[in-house]
Design a binder for this molecule. Structure first.
Ligand SMILES: Cc1ncc(COP(=O)(O)OP(=O)(O)O)c(N)n1
Ligand SMILES: Cc1ncsc1CCOP(=O)(O)O
Ligand SMILES: [Mg+2]
Length: 224
């Protein structure tokens, strides 16, 4: 039996912030030991072959670290449907990527498909049916961020909360992404978000394991 997904702390990788692409698997390994429950491989620059090699190394690191802490750590691929299919990994797509319905039809049913949601209207469309709903939504962006500048307007905690509540009414979990750090994660604890998704707060940290421990403990403490 597969264990339920722990959405509380979701790491999205970056090929530069930790010192280069070769450093990413080690950072992911450390971050999972520190409490990261979900990983997404995000790398916008390399070609699909290089991405697949990098994603496979990350998936291996997440599997090894997960085995050490006794957890299954799902690994998502950002954007690249063909690579997700090739490696048997989960997929996350946004509003300007391969359309959700096409991705869902092409991805084996046991693989999760996440979708970015930037507004109430986008959520209404995503949940209107009749096709399957996303397995998770990334509520994006909560705050503006230097890591990704081509985003929609920041939703803030109140907007993220509204979208997460509406997703829950359809049984869909929601994670917030964008500008989330140890300093502000507590501001989201009163929202309905199931978890927080970070790039720089872990990928750019001098000690990614400690950064993950800190983020997760602030999140769980603030939740009470
Ligand atoms: C969990 C999660 N949520 C949102 C995003 C953003 O996806 P997208 O809007 O497609 O932007 P890119 O990440 O592809 O630049 C995400 N990656 N993960
Ligand atoms: C991938 C992505 N999607 C929306 S904001 C973002 C980047 C978040 O990065 P950070 O956690 O460093 O603000
Ligand atoms: Mg995308």
């Amino acid at each position: 039996m597969t264990s339920p997904v722990d959405w509380r702390l979701y790491l999205v990788t970056d090929p530069h912030l930790g010192g280069g692409p070769d450093a990413v698997p080690r950072i992911v390994h450390e971050a999972v030991l520190g409490g990261v429950g979900v990983v997404q491989v995000r790398d916008k620059e390399c070609d699909d072959d290089e991405f697949a090699a990098r994603a496979a190394a990350v998936a291996d690191a997440a599997r090894r670290a997960g085995a050490r802490v006794g957890r299954d750590v799902p690994v998502f691929v950002n954007d690249r449907l063909d690579v997700a299919r090739e490696l048997g990994l989960h997929l996350h797509v946004g509003q300007r990527d391969v359309p959700f319905g096409r991705a869902r039809a092409a991805l084996p049913g046991h693989l999760m498909l996440g979708l970015s949601i930037e507004s109430d209207e986008q959520l209404d469309v995503a949940l209107a049916g009749p096709g399957p709903a996303p397995d998770v939504i990334g509520v994006s962006p909560v705050w503006s961020t230097a890591t990704k500048t081509d985003t929609a307007a920041a939703l803030g905690p109140a907007g993220a909360d509204r979208i997460a509540r509406a997703a829950h009414r359809r049984g869909v979990p929601a994670v917030g992404i964008g500008g989330i750090t140890a300093a502000n994660v507590g501001l989201l604890a009163g929202t309905a978000l199931d978890g927080v998704c970070v790039v720089s707060a872990v990928m750019g940290a001098p000690d990614p394991r400690a950064a993950a421990v800190d983020l997760l403990s602030r999140w769980t403490r603030a939740r009470g």
